[in-house]
Design a protein around this ligand. Structure first.
Ligand SMILES: *[C@@H]1O[C@H](CO)[C@@H](O)[C@H](O)[C@H]1NC(C)=O
Ligand SMILES: *[C@@H]1O[C@H](CO)[C@@H](O)[C@H](O)[C@H]1NC(C)=O
Length: 427
């Protein structure tokens, strides 16, 4: 049995080489990867990491760290800006909003752009009680009432469980606090996987739609048929089906934030390093150069990747292969036992009755316009927001220099409109 770190390194290197090769569209020659093992010294110290709450508090905002226990025993670390120190509105009822991050990301992603541009800060200053979730298996949510993270059972989950258990628990928790009492519903914002988990929860446990005021899906991922990302398309045929590759790769921790991995990444990104093209390609495949906030990058690298279970990636690859938005495929025999059918059931997205705002774009290699539109046809209450900028891509929703104007302010104004109408109908 290969030691897990080595196995992950190999996977990471295969992924990097894969995307490098895809970018060059030609085979890569032999590279001496053992150099990486010989050069494990980090160029940037990563000990004594700051939490999301520390980073928020450093800007003068009130910040809280809460532990939420899910129905199946996972202990999630979630963060909160309960009110704005500028408004001093701690004694007023504040509408609640929950922000949920994407795959291998975490709550820190929301605050990278700082108080002037970042969504959590702008929401707090608009009078909201702001919560930032962390899915099971990420940096802040690696704990369980019974299981150790070293136990393989801990890692047996996909984004299905993050949706139906974690998001449900976070919503109920926020509604059970001092400020939440007497409130029945929240606003929700998700980016990428943060949208998938919303769709999974709201279709599987439709009673939760009653707890949603407005929902905002940035780069919504459900149907994946037309996705253009080369790496996903290359891996799909191998890992998107139940087979020996998927068995070897499945149910383990992937890309946790640890010093060794970061040392490797930082080494890769050194300007004079032989393998720097891998690093540049990895970053450029997410962000189109010149459009994103580079000042936010050091904090981005210090907090990402934040880890996930490999089953989350397998589940996405299965969707890309099958063309369906449906539950995890365990293979016909186990499917029959779990679902009562040889094929996994599709999510009944027709049951998502809450107001769903879909924010999507033409240049997103992970989310195709056709797929968002196909999904939207099945959603009863949807609002389409196709980005006007033809270059807008997957990462722009988090880090574009204009994210305040094109995303954050419009989203907040939709929420404000909802709150105003509710107030009017109450009086
Ligand atoms: C970019 O990020 C930095 C660091 O968080 C922040 O101070 C700045 O306001 C951000 N700028 C934009 C345009 O987002
Ligand atoms: C995990 O949760 C338990 C409570 O069930 C707590 O005592 C322990 O400190 C937590 N561990 C970590 C690493 O947060």
């Amino acid at each position: 049995m290969m030691n897990p770190i080595c196995r992950q390194l190999l996977i990471l290197i295969c992924l990097s080489v894969g995307s490098y090769a895809a970018a060059l569209d030609e085979p890569v020659g032999a590279v001496d990867f053992y150099q990486l093992y010989d050069n494990p010294e980090a160029h940037i110290g990563l000990k004594d990491r700051l939490t999301t709450a520390d980073r928020i508090a450093a800007h003068g905002y009130p910040a809280e760290h809460h532990n939420v226990v899910t129905d199946d025993g996972y202990i999630l670390g979630i963060f909160r800006i309960p009110y704005s120190h500028k408004l001093q509105n701690q004694n007023e009822k504040r509408p609640i909003v929950l922000l949920q991050h994407g795959l291998t990301s975490c709550s820190d992603a929301w605050i990278l752009c700082g108080p002037n541009d970042g969504l959590p800060y702008l929401l707090a200053d608009a009078g909201y009680d702001v919560w930032m979730g962390n899915g099971r298996g990420t940096t802040y949510s690696k704990n369980h009432t019974k299981l150790s993270t070293k136990h393989p059972y801990f890692w047996q989950f996909t984004w299905h469980e993050i949706g139906i258990y974690d998001i449900a628990a976070m919503i109920d928790y926020a509604l059970s606090t001092d400020n939440g009492r007497g409130q029945e519903a929240i606003h929700y914002v998700g980016h990428s996987q943060g949208t998938t988990v919303f769709f999974a929860l709201m279709s599987s446990r439709p009673e939760y739609n009653g707890k949603i005021k407005t929902a905002h899906m940035f780069a919504p991922v459900a149907i994946m048929t037309h996705l253009t990302n080369k790496l996903v398309r290359a891996l799909g045929p191998y890992l998107g089906h139940q087979n020996i590759y998927a068995k070897l790769f499945g149910s383990q921790e992937f890309l946790p934030h640890n010093d060794f991995l970061m040392a490797l990444l930082f080494n890769l990104c050194e300007p004079d390093f032989l393998l720097r093209p891998l690093c540049v390609n990895a970053i450029e495949s997410i962000y189109t150069a010149g459009r994103v906030n580079m000042t936010a990058m050091p904090d981005g690298l210090a907090t990402h990747p934040a880890g996930c279970s490999t089953d989350q990636m397998l589940h996405y690859l299965q969707e890309q292969q099958s063309g369906y938005f449906r539950q995890f495929d365990y293979g016909p025999k186990k499917n029959l036992k779990i679902y009562g059918s040889e094929e996994p059931p599709q999510y009944p997205v027709e049951l998502i009755t809450s107001d769903v705002h879909l924010w999507y774009s033409d240049n997103d290699a992970l989310v195709a316009v056709e797929d968002v539109e196909a999904l939207s046809e099945r959603l009863p209450n949807k609002f389409m927001h196709r980005m006007l900028d033809p270059m807008w891509d997957h990462g722009d929703f988090a880090l574009n220099n204009e994210v305040r104007v094109y995303i954050n302010e419009p989203v907040i104004s939709i929420m404000q409109q909802y709150e105003k109408e509710k107030e009017n109908s109450a009086t």
